[in-house]
Design a protein around this ligand. Structure first.
Ligand code: F6R
Length: 617
């Protein structure tokens, strides 16, 4: 999704902004731009925009800066990566947008819902629009109401906007000032030594400072290189606490891997270790998740759980449903987060709502959280990004500690989400009907997770070889049952999003209710069939597939000879309990999807049309 960055300081602002935009590339975008303020008040803003990648923008900016007629640049600039919503990904539609007089530039994330009304009013006043975007109105509105005070003009403009924004504004008339505002789209301030940054995402700031302040909705901040002042929209001063980020720059670099996705697949043993660290209590036969802020008597009252999430996080949530029902005996629903609002679910007094989101910024999940708040539910967040909007709005929950996930395709977040959900199921289970003995059986298995993950990663070469055989396919099915059903949904999602192979995940029993009609020798079926209660039935489903000549790629327990006669290829995972099997199975699927995408020449870390955090509904 769109990314914004602003810089005020002594460094070359254009360079800082370009490197910040590169850090934001992972979010997914299709055009980029930068506006730099001249050191001399009243000199024109330098505006450079390009369709395509930041490298293209950088090249064009280089040419502009070589031009001797350009003004002396200041240490103040803003930049934007745009993920097209209103209007195609063209240079004209790229941000920043200028006001008609060229004095004001804005970079905007979010959607201005009343832009057509505002646009028509401004057009009647003689303003001419260059882009098809909803955002351009903001720049013209600022010009329209400006009377010498930039902050006042921005405030007045914000008062006219309906919709969401993470916004940064600069003006050629105020060469020392950046103004930013937040409503529904994240904005974070980075506090450096003699420099202040603004961004939509901490990865754009982290190479400059680890000290950050998150804005809340309704905050407006006026920034110079040495200070920042936050106020409400009514200009009342607001105080927000600064926090230290515990990620470091190495974590958001590729570290010798060809792609972030592969690096993040390889990080899973460590990520799982970090997720589990200090949270398993063998002596007390429980899990310690203090962020939940619910004592035993609160937990004991929970008699229904609703999980709201999207995409990969939703599939982790489906595993969570099985865990909560098996170990805590608590009926659990998993709802696609947008559907949570659309279908108006019932939250009862002792219902708990769990919002799962790696980024903590997914608009649909956030909307579900807000609806849950309105319904009076006890809400918990399960997020990876510390300080993210969902983490803050839920106020209680559990962090994954998986480390930054940069690749658009989610990998380590899924496995850590499942690990945390398993710990939650133990904690809840122990306040319901789970015995200490059963809890310790689960806990012991959870301590094996890093080793299970590593055992699959060690087979990368073998999986890459198998992918060579399937790299030409255009369609695939993934099937599994029980705990492996969500795992195959996730496997199909991974394959389709990065390799563009059309892939469908089904419960193994469902194939014969329709989809089997599609099977041919050219449509492989990837079957999750490790040792589990449903294995015999899944083998029967494999036979049904092979009878239709569909090649079968089994993901099975190492050394399980039952599978050989029913499959064309086998990826082995280590022997493990059924409830943790989604973790090694999904890692095998991640590696398969990765190598399929690599062999098909796809852009793995930034698949077409996709964004890392989907901040529009
Ligand atoms: C798939 C993927 C998406 C996300 C989904 C939710 O690889 O990354 O399906 O899982 O957009 O994102 P979060 O977890 O950030 O809410």
């Amino acid at each position: 999704m769109c990314g914004i960055i602003g810089y005020a300081g002594n460094k070359n602002a254009a360079n800082v902004v370009i490197s910040g935009l590169k850090r934001l590339e992972y979010r997914g975008y299709d055009s980029a731009g930068i506006a730099q303020v001249s050191a001399t008040a009243g000199q024109p803003l330098l505006l450079v925009k390009a369709a395509g990648k930041v490298a293209e923008l950088e090249g064009q900016l280089g040419k502009q800066l070589d031009n001797p007629t350009d003004q002396q640049a200041s240490g103040l600039a803003i930049g934007h990566t745009r993920w097209a919503t209103h209007g195609e990904p063209t240079t004209e539609n790229a941000h920043p947008h200028l006001s008609q007089d060229g004095n004001f530039a804005i970079a905007h994330n979010g959607i201005i819902e009343n832009y057509l009304t505002l646009r028509s009013k401004l057009t009647q006043k003689g303003y001419e629009f260059i882009s098809e975007t909803d955002s351009e109105v903001i720049a013209h509105l600022i010009q329209d109401v400006y009377e010498g005070d930039l902050q006042a003009a921005v405030m007045t403009t914000l008062g006219q906007l309906e919709g969401t924004y993470g916004l940064i504004v600069v003006s050629s008339l105020h060469p020392d000032t950046l103004i930013a505002a937040r409503n529904g789209s994240p904005v974070v301030i980075g506090i450096g030594q003699g420099e202040t940054l603004i961004a939509s995402d901490i990865s754009a700031l982290i190479s400059h400072t680890k000290r950050v302040v998150y804005l809340d909705d309704g905050d407006v901040v006026t920034v110079s290189k040495d200070s920042f002042d936050i106020t409400s929209l009514k200009n009342v001063p607001v105080s927000r606490d600064a926090t230290e980020i515990d990620w470091n720059v190495e974590e958001i670099e590729k570290g010798g891997f060809d792609h972030f996705m592969l690096k993040e697949i390889y990080e899973q043993p460590t990520a799982l270790t970090n997720s589990l660290r200090g949270r398993l209590d063998l002596k007390g036969a429980t899990a310690k998740l203090s962020g939940m802020q619910l004592g035993p008597s609160d937990l004991a009252h929970i008699d229904r759980i609703t999980i709201a999430a999207c995409g990969t996080s939703m599939y982790a949530g489906m595993v969570g449903k099985y865990l909560f029902e098996d170990f805590a005996s608590i009926p659990t629903d998993v709802v696609q987060a947008a559907e949570f609002r659309d279908r108006n679910p019932i939250m009862q007094r002792d219902s708990m709502m769990l919002a799962i989101s790696q980024s903590g910024e997914t608009a649909d999940t956030l909307a579900a959280v807000r609806e849950g708040v309105r319904k009076g539910a006890t809400i918990l967040g399960l997020c990876n990004v510390v300080g993210s909007t969902i983490a803050r709005e839920t106020g209680r929950g559990v962090y994954l500690h998986a480390g930054p996930e940069i690749s658009v395709a989610s990998t380590k977040a899924f496995t850590c989400q499942v690990a945390v959900l398993a710990m939650m199921s133990v904690l809840l289970g122990r306040t319901h009907r789970m015995s200490a003995e059963s809890a310790n059986r689960v806990i012991s298995e959870l301590t094996r997770l890093p080793e299970l993950a590593q055992a699959v990663i060690d087979q990368e070469d073998k999986i890459a070889k198998i992918a060579e055989k399937y790299a030409h396919i255009e369609h695939a099915f993934f099937i599994g049952r029980g705990y492996l059903f969500p795992a195959v949904m996730e496997g199909a999602l991974k394959l389709k999003e990065i390799s563009y192979v059309h892939a469908e995940g089904y419960h193994a029993a469902e194939l014969k209710h329709g989809p089997i009609a599609l099977l041919t020798k050219d449509i492989p079926v990837i079957v999750a069939v490790p040792e589990s209660s449903g294995k015999a039935k899944t083998i029967a489903n494999m036979q049904e597939c092979r009878a239709r000549k569909a090649p079968v790629l089994a993901i099975a327990t190492a050394g399980d000879t039952d599978i050989h006669a029913h499959s064309d290829d086998i990826i082995e995972i280590p022997r493990c309990e059924e409830f943790v099997a989604p973790i090694p199975v999904v890692i095998a699927e991640q590696l398969f999807a990765y190598h399929m995408a690599r062999l098909r020449g796809c852009e793995i870390d930034q698949p077409r049309n996709l964004a890392k955090s989907v901040t529009v509904e």
